[in-house]
Ligand binder design. Structure first.
Ligand code: ZN
Length: 86
């Protein structure tokens, strides 16, 4: 059973929930009991919360950059492909 991490958008309280199914997803923060919660996706090998946030931001930035690079590579490939008369 996966343990999922959540963070309250209202008070920033972070907590873990042992999930048994989608029905167990928390909808409100257990600390302030009214905040909306969002699921955190853990980054392997990173333990501290602050570092994890930074790592997540870095990973998102890197993914966006890689997506752009892939598009550019694809365009370059198609251009050269056309130029060489296939
Ligand atoms: Zn809260």
């Amino acid at each position: 059973m996966p343990i999922r991490e959540y963070r309250c958008r209202s008070c920033d309280h972070q907590f873990e929930v042992l999930e048994r199914g989608d029905d167990d997803a928390p909808t409100a923060c257990p600390a302030c009991e009214k905040g909306k919660v969002e699921q955190l996706f853990s980054v392997p090998g990173v333990r501290s919360d602050g570092t994890r946030d930074l790592a997540m931001r870095a990973a998102k930035k890197r993914d966006a950059q890689q997506a752009k690079d892939r598009i550019h590579e694809r365009l370059r490939y198609e251009e050269s492909h056309d130029r060489h008369g296939h």
